[in-house]
Design a protein around this ligand. Structure first.
Ligand code: KIV
Length: 307
């Protein structure tokens, strides 16, 4: 069953948590599907986790489109959410144009940062699923620090959340806010809340898949490392390099041989190699080059057939 925004809302009403992970490519989407991930997010974190950018602000719409298309090919049931990158939703008309491009690439809905109820309502009125994103907004905040940590800021975040829900947002991501604030907001809202560094009481959780799999060098307090992909992956690659350098790979089981019927040709080829003069005469041409070419073409034809 394909997971829709209504399905996610139903999960909240039933008290069932929502598991969301970022996803940027086809094979990871297949793994996430198999694992039962509810929402895959092609986040602008693709910039710092995959593309080697310094900041998510460098991510372009084309970058996200490219990764949405790749991810889509591996999605069968999960809800596929895509980030509108920085600078693509300053004006409502631009937001619609760019959201449309993400939906055409295969996204089911878009996510945008900050308190932008006018953009949210403009998009949702036109049939676009919009997920809001409050708390730490990496497209805006230079420093990755806890947000909404005063009573006033906490109340403001809760009010803004209610206004975004009223504007039509189907879900809200809270990043790096105190657990108490996220808990209160989650209780007040009818739409699902998803936390990253927002404590235990949101309706769902999201992690950057590279953090969850341990692909990055750093560790984050709010995250959990379920695998050591960086360590184990590097170890595996080192083993491969050593095998190639030492000649241990490939071995007999990796090799394919000439079919029996072609063995006669192999014997002829071996004989010819033995007949080729070595040293200064190595470039001497064979007695009948056209015949040799003919034999070789014939053999290539056979080999193509046997492949
Ligand atoms: O881009 C991203 O990965 C995100 C998550 C942190 C929610 O927006």
């Amino acid at each position: 069953m394909k997971k829709t925004s209504e399905y996610l809302r139903t999960r909240k009403s039933r008290g069932e948590r929502i598991a969301m992970l970022t996803c940027y490519d086809f094979p990871t989407a297949l793994w996430e599907e198999q694992a039962g991930v509810d929402v895959m997010l092609v986040g602008d974190s693709v910039g710092t986790n995959v593309l080697g950018y310094e900041s998510v602000r460098e991510v372009t719409l084309d970058d996200v489109i490219h990764h949405v298309k790749a991810t889509r090919r591996g999605v069968s049931t999960a809800y596929l959410l895509a980030d509108l990158p920085s600078g693509t939703y300053d004006e409502a008309a631009d937001a619609l144009l760019h959201a449309g491009a993400l939906l055409r690439a295969g996204a089911d809905g878009v996510k945008l940062e900050g308190f932008r109820p006018e953009i949210v309502s403009y998009l949702t009125d036109r049939g676009v699923d919009v997920c809001a994103h409050l708390g730490l907004n990496p497209q805006v905040h230079e420093k990755h620090a806890l947000q909404a940590k005063t009573a006033d800021a906490a109340l403001q975040l809760i009010d803004e959340s209610a206004a975004l829900e009223a504007a039509g947002a189907f879900m809200i991501v809270y990043e790096l806010i105190p657990e108490e604030v996220a808990r209160e907001a989650t209780q007040r809202l009818g739409i699902p809340t998803i936390g990253i560094g927002a404590g235990r009481y949101t309706d769902g959780q999201v992690l950057v898949v590279h953090d969850a799999l341990g692909a990055n060098a750093f560790e984050l307090r709010h995250s959990r490392k379920y695998e050591d992909l960086r360590g184990r992956g590097t170890q595996a690659m080192r083993a491969y390099v050593e095998d190639v350098h030492s000649g241990r790979f490939p071995e007999a089981t990796n090799v394919r041989h000439l079919p029996e019927a072609e063995a006669a040709f192999a014997r002829r080829a071996r004989r010819r190699v033995q007949d080729v003069p070595s040293g200064r005469n190595a470039s001497a041409r064979p007695a009948d080059p056209s015949r040799e070419q003919q034999d070789f073409d014939e053999w290539c034809g056979h080999m193509a057939y046997h492949e």
